[in-house]
Design a protein around this ligand. Structure first.
Ligand SMILES: Nc1ncnc2c1ncn2[C@@H]1O[C@H](COP(=O)(O)OP(=O)(O)OP(=O)(O)O)[C@@H](O)[C@H]1O
Length: 576
């Protein structure tokens, strides 16, 4: 129910539209129920079979009224639908925006165990299911409940016994609904889980397509997907079976049973001495009884959509409830570029320290190279520097401010990063360099690209910086993507630069290009480089050799060679 309360807060924002839609629906129900009343009046008051008279004029008048009411019913139904669907779509638009905005603010830690495809499913499929709730299920529930109450009141007024029989069936139908919900819940949960699993798998397999194809994993991946798809089918068909079982067949059976009982009651009332029922009233009762059951069955048939939307809402709100990165701490107005790690310990899972007693003093403009075997903790140092995570012990200082006390956004405005596999967004080259930051002019973007040596790349693209790049830079080489990423870093003019050197075997010409770009971008900035090729960091001010999360050696190239330990051995090996 918690999710329903939260959904209400979204409805509240568009309460004018929702109230208008509901008002139209109330009118619609009124028009619908007025029809049989007119028919009954015609039968009882204007067709006088005993006297062999049919009063044409009033009948024509009432038929005209009947047609007008039908027309009004159609018009109110049309507008109610439009208003409610628009209000629902607006509410969902807001919710989608909220989820998307919230996802941007979630700490990196949140995504450690959450595949991207699942996040996508939350923002797209789940919000779409909730739309069904606003646009069709809730309005339909309201119309149905209103119709049920109105009919019950009228029927009680006309003939109390018929009303009592009808009311007796309401608990039966409520129990039916509760049982339905119980059995459908489980299938619904599995269905949604498998749906987001499929999304996650599609997303991962598209991103990892080259690996899948090179390692001939197509069949295995297909089998894995098939398994999830089958589970999805099983839960979906379980729901369909349940719906078929509790749907029209059962509905018809109950309706027939009620009719059988009522025919008996009617017959006694009609034939009895009391003369309680006229032909017109009987027509009215039969018509209303038929209409009485339709909304009940409509509610039941929509329960599965209601359940699906409730589960979806639960998932969306779970994500919205996830604690965003805290916006606490003061702004860092000025920063010269001095960074120090003091006695830093860090663990991702709270059990195993992946960084132990790390001490680094990086003065303004210095280049610090981090080297070490895979898993030694290089990226973890960068993760702490960017404040994707915070140290468990010790602290990191920007000039003399403890980074834990500084607002993250304010801290990151001084930093740029060039990743090993640079991310290229679908959009123009211009967009990819300035990332929509209008403070960076086109001239500055052009200059940044020229400065890092991306001139030939621009010349090759037909529309220069306005050329569209493929998603993830699929049509560019790794070296070209790196250059764009360097230009991005340069255009943002950071105080601190983080470079994650490409590990792949790039050819020596590209290496030279990248080395050149690296020198341009790192000039006069405090730079942290995760280095894999020791040849590229010989001029670094400090080289830090990590092993199992600890600093083993620290000094410049000459000092570490002179030590004659691991660094010099690694260097000799790499130099052949
Ligand atoms: N998100 C994470 N959750 C849990 N453990 C992690 C996470 N990221 C890294 N680790 C672990 O932390 C340790 C240090 O990893 P880190 O990525 O810092 O190494 P690295 O030196 O950068 O390695 P590489 O050169 O291979 O990138 C490794 O044992 C790794 O398994």
């Amino acid at each position: 129910m918690r999710e329903m309360v939260k959904l209400l807060s979204y409805i509240k924002q568009y309460k004018g539209m929702f109230t208008g839609g509901i008002f139209l629906m109330i009118c619609m129900v009124g028009f619908e129920l007025a029809g049989p009343l007119i028919a009954a009046t015609i039968i009882d008051n204007h067709i006088k079979l005993g006297e062999g008279k049919i009063l044409i004029r009033p009948i024509l008048y009432l038929v005209g009224l009947f047609l007008t009411i039908k027309l009004m019913h159609a018009v109110t139904s049309y507008y109610a639908q439009i208003v409610l669907v628009s209000a629902g779509t607006r509410a969902i638009q807001q919710m989608r925006l909220d989820v998307f905005k919230h996802v941007q603010q979630l700490p990196i830690r949140y995504f450690d165990n959450l595949p991207a495809g699942k996040v996508v499913a939350r923002i797209t499929n789940d919000t779409e299911s909730i739309l069904q709730l606003f646009a069709s299920v809730i309005p339909m529930f309201m119309v149905s409940i209103l119709t049920i109450f109105s009919i019950t009141a009228i029927v009680f007024y006309i003939h109390v016994w018929t009303g009592i029989v009808m009311l007796l069936f309401i608990p039966v139908i409520i129990i039916w609904g509760v049982l339905y919900k119980k059995y459908s819940n489980e299938n619904n949960h599995i269905k949604r889980e498998r749906n987001s699993d499929m999304n996650a798998m599609i997303n991962e397999s598209i991103n990892g397509m080259p690996i899948i194809q090179v390692f001939n994993r197509e069949a295995q991946i297909k089998n894995e997907f098939e398994k999830i798809n089958d589970e999805y089918y099983d839960s979906a068909s379980g729901l369909v079976k349940l719906e078929s079982l509790t749907g029209e067949n059962l509905a018809d059976s109950i309706r027939s049973l009620v009719f059988a009982i009522l025919v008996y009651i009617f017959a006694s009332a009609f034939l009895g001495d009391t003369g309680a029922l006229t032909v017109g009233l009987m027509y009215l009762l039969v018509d209303y009884i038929t209409r009485f059951f339709n909304p009940l069955f409509n509610i039941i048939s929509q329960l599965s959509i209601f359940e699906q939307a409730r589960v979806a809402a639960n998932k969306v709100f779970e994500m919205l409830d996830a604690e965003p990165e805290k916006e606490e701490g003061h702004a860092l107005d000025t920063f010269n570029g001095n960074i120090s790690f003091r006695n830093v310990n860090f663990s991702y899972d709270g059990k195993r320290d992946v960084l132990k007693n790390i001490n680094i003093e990086a003065a303004q403009g210095e280049t610090i190279a981090l080297v070490g075997h895979t898993g030694s903790g290089k990226s973890s140092i960068i993760n702490l520097l960017m404040r994707f995570y915070d140290p468990d012990h010790g602290a990191i200082y920007f000039d003399e401010s403890d980074t834990k006390q500084i607002d993250k956004q304010s801290l990151r405005q001084f930093m740029s990063i060039v990743l090993q596999d640079p991310f290229i967004y679908s959009g123009t080259l211009l967009y990819n360099v300035r990332l929509n930051n209008e403070d960076i002019t086109e001239e500055e973007v052009l200059k940044a690209l020229e400065d890092v040596g991306a001139g030939p790349l621009m010349a090759r693209l037909s529309d220069g910086i306005h050329s569209e790049l493929a998603e993830r830079g699929a049509t560019l080489s790794l070296g070209e993507r790196q250059l764009i990423s360097f230009a991005r870093a340069l255009a943002f003019n950071p105080k601190v630069l983080v470079l994650d050197e490409a590990t792949s075997n790039i050819d020596s010409e590209t290496e030279q290009l990248i080395q050149y770009a690296m020198n341009v971008v790192s000039k006069d900035r405090t730079t942290f480089i995760i280095a894999h090729r020791l040849s590229t960091i010989q001029h670094a001010d400090q080289i830090i050799l990590l092993e199992n999360g600890e600093i083993k050696e620290q000094g410049n190239h000459a000092e570490l060679l002179a030590l004659g330990r691991d660094y010099s051995r690694m260097y000799e090996m790499q130099m052949g």
